[in-house]
Write a protein that binds this ligand. Structure first.
Ligand code: FE
Length: 230
């Protein structure tokens, strides 16, 4: 079966966070959607390997912080490509604690949030779908939310292998060299056509011309961790 049609499904970008006692963790997820309006409920699909999954299972609460369109790649790298088992993700992030759930809400580069209490969960193999009742929510900016398509097409973003919508990259045969370089650590693609505006690198800058101090905008890996894509 060709799964191309599945890749045409549209999503947003969210930091899904939860707590275990007074410990916090959060991760990027695109698979969040509203189910009913009365009462307002949402569903989110979370990989069982992720620490946030463990926290939601335990506390039965989660928050969804809505990522702004103009959020830097570093925010997505921080929450999406690093594990809370190896670092304290909320240490250097501006956040507040949800008034109802006590779970953290990211305030950096986000436009609003939902606080949810888990009503039920469904085991779907690699992931669990959590259905959450929205118990509090707010919008703190009129800025646009980031879509999953924008993250991939404009920001050069990739999905970790644990994402429900992960797609294995295949190179087009006979295509002209694009000058693109891929990060071996996180899969981010440096595309000279886009440059890296978050780090002040203008569109049209070749990978070879990047300063030696430049690092992967997603995971922070040095230039030496990049390899030519084609
Ligand atoms: Fe990287």
């Amino acid at each position: 079966m060709n799964t191309k049609a599945v890749q045409k499904i549209c999503y947003g970008m969210y930091v899904i966070s939860s707590r275990k006692g007074d410990k916090f963790n959060g991760q990027i997820a695109n698979t969040l959607f509203q189910i009913t309006s009365d009462p307002p409920t949402v569903a989110v699909s979370i990989n069982k390997q992720n620490l946030t999954h463990e926290y939601i299972m335990e506390s039965k609460v989660f928050t969804a912080s809505i990522v702004a369109k103009e959020a830097p790649m570093s925010l997505i790298g921080h929450f999406g490509f690093k594990s809370g088992r190896e670092m304290e993700k909320f240490k250097d992030v501006k956040y507040k604690t949800g008034a109802v759930t006590g779970a953290p809400i990211v305030l950096d580069s986000t436009i609003g949030f939902l606080e949810c209490e888990v009503l039920s969960s469904t085991d779907v193999g690699t992931h669990t779908i959590f259905i959450g009742k929205v118990v509090d929510c707010d919008v703190f900016s009129d800025a646009e939310p980031m879509t999953y398509a924008y993250y991939h097409q404009v920001k050069g973003g990739k999905s970790p292998k644990t994402a429900p919508t992960y797609v294995k990259e295949e190179k087009a045969e006979g295509a002209a060299p694009s000058g693109k370089y891929a990060c071996r650590v996180c899969g981010y693609i440096y595309d000279p056509a886009n440059g890296d505006p978050d780090s002040g690198i203008a569109a049209g800058t070749k990978f070879e011309e990047l300063p030696d101090t430049w690092v992967c905008p997603v995971c922070g890996a040095p230039k030496s961790e990049f390899e030519k894509v084609d």
